[in-house]
Design a protein around this ligand. Structure first.
Ligand code: AMP
Ligand code: GLY
Length: 423
């Protein structure tokens, strides 16, 4: 088979790595790509957002199956275009992708279908939004309605912070049109978890639970990022909690979509706050999380492509999950997330290549004349399996220490919230 993976980050490297192990694959292509992906896939220089060229390419090349990593092509309708030309693609339609593409849409959907989430209001006018936050007071959460690369949510501890966020989004337009409309939400407390399923209409298969680390610095300080590391499973998602997530969040969401005439096909990601009242949805994503996909895919055993195909066609394949724990540490560039440096040579990749139960997934990297350089904010993911969380963490960090580039930065506490809980 010829398989196409769309996207160029750590999640896509992990997808290509996992899918390319399938005996069904004759050729694997990646639109986007990076220095790691190009070692195992044929990188095609087509922008993941250039849907027309991607569709043309796939038709001409005879692609049999496509999987999409990032949200933007999905929100822009890549699944609809592939469907028109009859190429199977695992990813939701443009309409279904609004669950991620518009926070206002997602919140109203949840309200309509009784899915637990923070109380909220939607605003298009700055003055009204300011009046509202003055009325409800801080802490409060201000979110840009549209896509903002994981940076569009601001937890505001004070009223001043909230007004500043509203100014930035609605007046200064730091996220362009995405932030002209905002959702203002009740501040929730609890432990966060990511729960991702493969969905096809109302059928779904849960993937292992995980926990992301969104803040830049140790101890969950500093600005929000796309994610600085993740581990799987997370002990915060106990069997009881998982049961509640499935009954109270995943199933009513898939049912609600069907009631609204939307057949969701793809990965559905619920970003959850596990509150004292139960799980509440912070956000939906219509794709695998990055970096959550890396530890999750590392724990899946067997032929993932074959499972995806069977599921796509309406079956319910058995997904075998490795009992071991996985920890993924993101190594970022100096200046991330604001203004990441680029073009620094990365050394030590050969030292980690053959380590047992360790995989390095590239994100922002590029190869020039045989050397690998940084090319983005999040540069590498070092992912390791261990019999317990501690072992997985130690292995991942031992490997991280073998890698160097100027200005590299990573969190040293990935998994510590769970270690504190389990002792
Ligand atoms: P989002 O992009 O909506 O997932 O928000 C990004 C991050 O902001 C989340 O991972 C949480 O850490 C935080 N956050 C979002 N919404 C809330 C909320 N209602 N209460 C507390 N924290 C939140
Ligand atoms: N790691 C969070 C996300 O992919 O949105």
């Amino acid at each position: 088979m010829k398989v196409l993976v769309v996207g160029s980050g750590g999640r896509e490297h992990a997808l290509v790595w996992k899918i390319s192990q399938s005996p069904l694959v004759d050729e694997i292509y990646c639109a986007g790509g990076n220095a790691g992906i190009e070692e195992i896939a044929q990188v095609i220089p087509i922008d993941p957002l250039d849907i027309r060229t991607l569709t043309e390419f796939s038709k001409n090349e005879g692609i049999d199956f496509a999987v999409v990593g990032p949200e933007a092509p999905l929100v822009n309708g890549i699944a609809d275009e592939f469907e028109k030309v009859g190429i199977p693609l695992f990813g939701p339609s443009r309409q279904a992708s609004r669950l991620e593409g518009s926070k206002a849409f997602a919140k109203k959907f949840m309200e309509r279908h009784g899915i637990p989430t923070a109380d909220f209001e939607v605003f298009n006018e700055f003055d009204r939004a300011v009046r509202y936050v003055k009325n409800v007071g801080a802490p409060v959460v201000v979110k840009a309605d549209g896509l903002a690369s994981g940076k569009g949510a601001v937890v505001c501890r004070t009223l001043d912070d909230a007004i500043r966020a509203l100014e930035a989004f609605m007046i200064r337009g730091v996220f362009g049109e995405s932030g002209k409309r905002v959702v203002i939400e009740e501040f929730l407390t609890g432990e966060e978890a990511s729960y991702i399923v493969m969905a096809n209409g109302e059928k779904y298969i849960p993937l292992p639970s995980s926990q992301d680390h969104k803040r830049l610095l140790d101890g969950d300080r500093g600005p929000n990022t796309g994610g600085m590391g993740a581990y799987s499973p997370t002990p915060f998602v106990t069997p009881d909690v998982e049961e509640r997530i499935r009954r109270e969040v995943i199933e009513p969401t898939l049912r609600g979509l069907m009631e609204d005439g939307i057949h969701f096909k793809g990965f559905l990601y619920a970003g959850l706050m596990l509150t004292s009242e139960g799980p509440k949805v912070l956000e939906f994503n219509v794709r695998l999380g990055d970096p959550e996909a890396q530890p999750i895919l590392m724990r899946l055993r067997g032929d993932f492509l074959s499972a995806l195909l069977e599921f796509y066609k309406g079956g319910i394949p058995h997904l075998e999950v490795d009992e071991r724990w996985a920890v993924d540490v993101v190594i970022a560039s100096k200046g991330y997330p604001e203004r990441p440096e680029k073009g620094k040579e990365i050394k030590g990749l050969d030292r980690v290549r053959d380590l047992e139960a360790v995989a390095v997934f590239h994100a922002g990297t590029v190869r020039k004349e045989g050397r690998v350089y940084t090319a983005g904010g999040r540069v590498l993911n070092v992912c390791a399996l261990g019999r317990d969380l501690r072992e997985a963490k130690d292995k991942a960090y031992s490997a991280v220490e073998l890698i160097e580039f100027e200005g590299m930065h990573y969190r040293r506490d990935i998994g510590d919230r769970a270690l504190r809980m389990t002792g």
